[in-house]
Design a protein around this ligand. Structure first.
Ligand SMILES: N[C@H](CCC[C@H](N)C(=O)O)C(=O)O
Length: 265
């Protein structure tokens, strides 16, 4: 069976996107997703997304996200921005200026203009903290720690130790190292669960890092965030007491190429 696919990247976090509104893709096959995401044997990507039909009038589509290990995850911030740009490209939305889609973590609003996607993230009602870190869920779980000179950190070694530590069993966590540049500018490097490597950018991780930086300093609620693959913006409202809401992740989402892949039935 031949399947059309589209390769997108959002600040270097890259994805295979398939229009699965006909339901033909085998969503139970972990091995198929991990093969397609494999950097040598397959197309290569940090994750794969399916755009699927949604029964609700107000919701244009459903997003299903899989990490490159083939396992489904509840959300992906950069992936959400890329599938929003893809949905506009294939005419799967009622109004490109503002539309709704559903992911496993809940409902999202997306706004698309000149290849920049603004994505509304789910609310964050609770933040845990420990020795030198914050732990919060921005659609998927994130550990956030503030350090100096993050360019010198061995992200894979340090990140994997935290990701697999007993504290975060059984689900594990993504791990974000944050360096403050100024009152409203941070740098973030992320070890991603399910990719089991550093990625060029992690959208939900950037959101978690910005919120954790507000909790730490009680200053800004609007951040420029520099990641390996470029720059994102995050802004939000609220505080630890009332919870955080109206959380937006803003940045580019780019089509790299499209192609066809032969899948065994
Ligand atoms: N690796 C994450 C999912 C993808 C998150 C990331 N790519 C993003 O942009 O939010 C997890 O399994 O928790």
């Amino acid at each position: 069976m031949q399947v059309d696919f589209y390769k997108y990247q959002g600040t270097g976090n890259d994805f295979i996107i398939i229009d699965n509104r006909n339901g033909n893709f085998d969503t139970k096959s972990t091995s198929l997703v991990s093969f397609l995401c494999h950097r040598r044997m397959g197309i290569g990507a940090d994750g794969l997304m399916l755009l699927e039909s949604n029964d609700s009038e107000k919701v244009d589509f459903t997003m299903r996200y899989y990490n490159s290990d083939g396992k489904e995850a509840s959300m992906c911030g950069n992936g959400g921005r890329c599938i929003a740009a893809f949905a506009v490209r294939i005419g799967a939305v009622t109004n490109a200026d503002e539309f709704y889609f559903e992911a496993a973590d809940g409902m999202h609003v997306a706004k698309f203009k000149n290849d920049i996607v603004s994505l509304k993230m789910i609310d964050v009602s609770h933040i845990d903290s420990g020795e030198g870190y914050y732990f919060l869920n921005t659609g998927v779980p994130h550990y956030v720690t503030h350090r100096n000179n993050i360019a010198d950190i061995d992200i894979v070694n340090n990140g994997s130790k935290i990701r697999y530590s007993a504290t975060f069993k059984p689900d594990g966590t993504n791990v974000n190292f944050v360096e403050q540049q100024s009152h409203n500018q941070i740098k973030v490097r992320t070890y991603e669960r399910g990719v089991e490597n550093e990625t060029y950018s992690c959208g939900t991780g950037v959101v978690a890092s910005a919120i954790a930086t507000f909790v730490k300093n009680k200053q800004e609620k609007f951040f420029d965030v520099d990641v390996k693959g470029g720059r994102l913006q995050v802004h939000f409202e609220g505080d630890e007491k009332s919870g955080f809401s109206n959380i937006w992740l803003i940045g580019p989402a780019t089509l790299v190429f499209e192609g066809k892949v032969e899948l065994e039935r």
